[in-house]
Design a protein around this ligand. Sequence first.
Ligand code: ATP
Ligand code: MG
Ligand code: MG
Ligand code: MG
Length: 438
Amino acid sequence: MRLSNYFLPTLKENPAEAQIVSHRLMLRAGMIRQTSAGIYAWLPLGHRVLKKIEQIVREEMDRAGAIELLMPTLQSADLWRQSGRYDSYGKEMLRIQDRHEREMLYGPTNEEMITDIFRREVKSYRDLPRNLYHIQWKFRDEIRPRFGVMRGREFLMKDAYSFDLDEAAARRSYQKMFISYLRAFSRMGLKAIPMAADTGPIGGDMSHEFIILAETGESEVFCDRTLVDMPAPGDEVDYEADLTPVIEQRTSLYAATDEKHDAAKFEADVPEGNRLSARGIEVGHIFFFGTKYSEPLGALVAGPDGKDVPVQMGSYGIGVSRLLGAIIEASHDEDGIIWPESVAPFKVGLINLKSGDADTDAACAKLYATLTKAGVEVLYDDRDERAGAKFSGMDLIGLPWQLVVGPRGLKNGVVELKERATGNREELSADAAVKKLI
Ligand code: ATP
Ligand code: MG
Ligand code: MG
Ligand code: MG
């Protein structure tokens, strides 16, 4: 992408409405713009990151055996009456009437709808287990939308729903999601800690939140420090094997959100030097809730003995749009964002130090063409701008690599490659730079 053709409205000044660094940087880097309270338009740069995060989540869900579908944002109130949540959900639910005065709502979550889809089609244990997910916009009329996309009213969520014949099988489904979450967050460069959590309005008796430690986080959390740097299961993970040891390695160590926190147990179980009490961002939440929805909605399956039983369910959410904020909170410096390569909007920022100079333009055009052809995503700053403005703009948007090309270097046969995360700079030939970036 040539910057001269792009839509990247960056801001030099800090916007007054943004209280935390990720919100400030997302506005300044031209990633989002608010259209009304807690509702954002995703500008091209933000949109690219959103899609990358979505794709990592999708790959890890698929790898764990979940199946993607897409449910609508608008739902009928009827199903929510059957589950009893239409009244209990309260003001966070945006309620709408259509022209026939039918009551509708903008989905804050999809347990009812997926249970309805499932109950119409699946009648036998032979079709179990299944795990169905979608990545779809949700609406919650948060009383205090704030911190940009961290607590929006409209936000993108991945939500998965598992269906099993009995509790033991349902626990396995839960374990698969637990591991796929560890892997997904780790691929985004995040250290997510699973913590025992309250189930809230979803209900159920087993639940973990996945927490990113950050001072600006809205949750108060307590855990054993050992969990912070525990690596996620690697590519070798076998979802058909017994996953209990991997899960227990983590759940045997103390980790709880404030609703579940037990100070006496924390002190008894965790040596003092390992006790970590901190703030965190909830980026994912998994629940096992058995028959909470299948029973009232009549989602029954015939077991091997021919008897109908309500299906055992769990649900599994990831805050896809919130993750952009969480990643920036975890990875930035005073100059701007530092994207992990896996979610970066572009891998390379190509900086032309003297646009209009025939040799520099030609060298840049060649680098741009070669890298693009090799599948490397390049944002080429070809504008007629001061070098200083180009450097600070690139630092702000945080692409992992900056490839700097100017007439002086070219005379000596070199370009400069800067790594955003470390600030390390290296002079090398254009060919060597290309080799390094491909
Ligand atoms: P919170 O405690 O932050 O209000 P929640 O517990 O109400 O979140 P869940 O119902 O568990 O949220 O939804 C699954 C995931 O969706 C959360 O873990 C979070 O990452 C994301 N999420 C929830 N509410 C919002 C929001 N208002 N804006 C952005 N993401 C959200
Ligand atoms: Mg909430
Ligand atoms: Mg919560
Ligand atoms: Mg939650």
